[in-house]
Design a protein around this ligand. Structure first.
Ligand SMILES: [Zn+2]
Length: 186
């Protein structure tokens, strides 16, 4: 989804090296991201534009942190979200092609980065409106911090990826337990 892909543009090395990467600063990553979600913006971004994206990202991450902690979005957060969305109004536009296929599109009235940030904020607003707040997650591996929506039937997805973070944490728990055992034997 647009909103979580965007938040995860701040990448943390889940293996625990402490490395992180801000993918918003990478033009190739941004190009793919904008194409994937059909967002139109001139690249490279100016430093101010990059800063605007980072502001939105940190705002959205804070919202997710609150949700994960069991706090529903506050009025302040909702107002802030509304401001991001209001900066990029759209006109709905229905088209029909030669094959009689109908397509409803949303034409940004403020093209450029504000349309992009409004679209991202809108994706998040839709997720909290239509999704279940209890399914928002931040990967339980403290080195990872990947944000995702748990769409498993029994809401059991504790890690962004069971093969990666899931296994790593299993190994860590195992080692910690062994250490505890050997310490107490001493
Ligand atoms: Zn993870």
């Amino acid at each position: 989804m647009l909103w979580d892909d965007f938040i995860n543009s701040k990448w943390h090395d889940w293996r625990g090296s402490g490395r992180s990467e801000d993918r918003l600063a990478r033009e190739d990553w941004l190009t793919d991201f904008m194409n994937q979600y059909q967002l139109q913006v001139n690249l490279p971004l100016t430093p101010d534009e990059l800063e605007l994206l980072r502001q939105l990202r940190s705002f959205l991450r804070t919202c997710v942190q609150h949700i994960v902690a069991g706090e529903p979005p506050s009025l302040r957060e909702i107002e802030a979200l509304n401001r991001w969305m209001a900066a990029g109004p759209v006109i709905r536009h229905l088209e029909i092609d030669e094959d009689q296929n109908l397509e409803l599109s949303y034409i940004p009235q403020n093209p450029g980065l504000q349309a992009v940030t409004a679209e991202i904020a809108g994706s998040f607003a839709q997720a909290i409106e239509q999704g279940e707040l209890s399914r928002f997650r931040i990967c339980t591996n403290p080195d990872c911090l990947w944000v995702y929506y748990d769409d498993t039937r029994n809401r059991s997805k504790r890690y962004c990826d069971d093969k990666m973070c899931g296994n790593l944490m299993k190994v860590r728990r195992f080692r910690a337990k062994k250490k505890q055992q050997s310490d107490s034997e001493r």
